[in-house]
Design a binder for this molecule. Structure first.
Ligand code: ZN
Ligand code: ZN
Length: 141
């Protein structure tokens, strides 16, 4: 019976990630699940997130300088932007085809690139608007 319970909890975790349109942290996901399933432990949710990533069923984004991972319901190849003010991670629809860069680097010292990840750093619209309202030096046109 324990296996069945584990599977159920894993599916619950998977569905919770699908329920977010953005890129929730493990804590966000845990809070969402525990609101309805108070008996599930944080460790279980974290363990399930890890194994769902291993299986390639969900994606994971860890921006530079961040200790916390953001999980992603999208598993197709796409790029991200990370807001350095609020920590939000958003999808960026730029071309993912970096084959020319790959070739150049692969030739350099025989290093074969298997994958790569591109995360832009910046300030999101919300944070920029907030700064403008607060009267801080903003970009004015
Ligand atoms: Zn922001
Ligand atoms: Zn994404």
């Amino acid at each position: 019976m324990k296996d069945r319970r584990n599977t159920l909890q894993k599916e619950l975790t998977f569905e919770a990630v699908q329920g977010f349109s953005g890129h929730p942290s493990a804590d966000d996901i845990y809070r969402m699940i525990s609101a309805e399933h108070s008996t599930i432990s944080k460790a279980t949710v974290y363990r399930n997130l890890f194994s769902l990533c291993e299986e390639g069923r969900i994606g994971k984004v860890i921006p530079v300088g961040c200790s916390e991972a953001h999980y992603d319901h999208r598993i197709d190849r796409h790029c991200h932007a990370h807001c350095i003010k609020c920590g939000r991670v958003v999808d960026v629809d730029v071309s993912y085809d970096m084959s020319s860069a790959r070739d150049a680097h692969a030739m350099e010292d025989g290093f074969t690139i298997l994958s790569h990840e591109l995360i832009f750093e910046g300030i999101c619209r919300n944070c920029r608007d907030k700064e403008m309202k607060n009267g801080t030096e903003g970009i004015k046109d």
